[in-house]
Design a protein around this ligand. Structure first.
Ligand code: C5P
Length: 239
């Protein structure tokens, strides 16, 4: 658990758009009210590194959510290439295995002093239920697989994992305090659930033991995104 953060620094806003103007406007308007922006495959495939540079010109930290999953050499190369974007966090699929994660963690060490990104693992996608795991040959409960991959990620030198709020307590018990837990699926009591099925409030997620919250539409879809972020940070201040 990262204890020394101010409440708003725990909020990473998902910029799930291919509209560069909108993304830049959101980032500029949210600076000072959030901890950083999360950029994923939709934005990156459409707008590339140049788009990321434009969004981050305002100085907000970057969570580059490209979920690398390939042979160790290729993932290490991708992590090294990502360092040009000066990310605060990058991620890989933990199911890529120990050697892949070790290569990713080692590649991140090539960053300049104090610029090493946290390398975060994706355990089991929350879109996958028990039947989906069986389909791919894994006869195991999703939570058991999450814990297995969480421990493997830690043993392989990663800095944390992305997980759902309902996995936070068990993961904390399994991997200990000094491991970053990043949690999406967050909805303040005043926001719509959208297509998220199992949501928790920002405050509950932090109380459970999350370090960083990934929040998209409750902020980006609000008529005043900075105000929405401030309301959430206020809620976190009481956590
Ligand atoms: O708009 P919303 O708050 O639902 O956005 C959540 C973000 O977190 C999206 O970028 C989504 O892809 C991502 N995410 C998620 N659930 C996961 C993993 C990632 O919602 N299990």
């Amino acid at each position: 658990m990262v204890d020394s953060l101010r409440p708003h620094q725990r909020i990473f806003v998902a910029l799930d758009t291919t509209d560069l103007g909108r993304a830049v406007e959101l980032a500029q308007g949210l600076k000072g009210a959030i901890g950083g922006v999360k950029i994923g495959k939709e934005f990156f495939t459409a707008l590339g590194p140049e788009g990321v540079h434009r969004v981050c010109e305002c100085g907000l930290p970057l969570f580059l959510d490209l979920k690398f999953h390939d042979i160790p050499n290729t993932v290490a190369g991708a992590i090294r290439a990502s360092l040009a974007l000066n990310p605060f966090m990058v991620n890989v699929h933990a199911s890529g295995g120990r050697r892949m994660m070790q290569a990713a963690a080692k590649a991140a060490n090539d960053a300049l002093l104090n610029k090493r990104p946290r390398v975060i693992g994706v355990t089991v996608l929350t879109s996958m239920a028990r039947e989906d795991l069986i389909d791919v040959g894994l006869d195991v409960e999703p939570l058991e697989q999450v814990l297995r991959l969480g421990r493997l990620a830690k043993a392989s030198g990663l800095d944390g994992v992305v997980c759902s709020a309902k996995e936070v307590v068990a993961l904390r018990g399994s991997v200990g305090a000094n491991f970053t837990l990043v949690v999406p699926g967050i909805r303040p009591a005043w926001a719509a659930a959208d297509d998220q099925r199992r949501v928790v409030t920002p405050r509950d997620a932090i109380d459970l033991g999350a370090d960083y919250l990934v929040i998209g539409r409750p902020i980006t879809g609000h008529s005043d995104p900075a105000e929405a972020a401030r309301l959430i940070a206020e809620e976190l201040a009481d956590a």
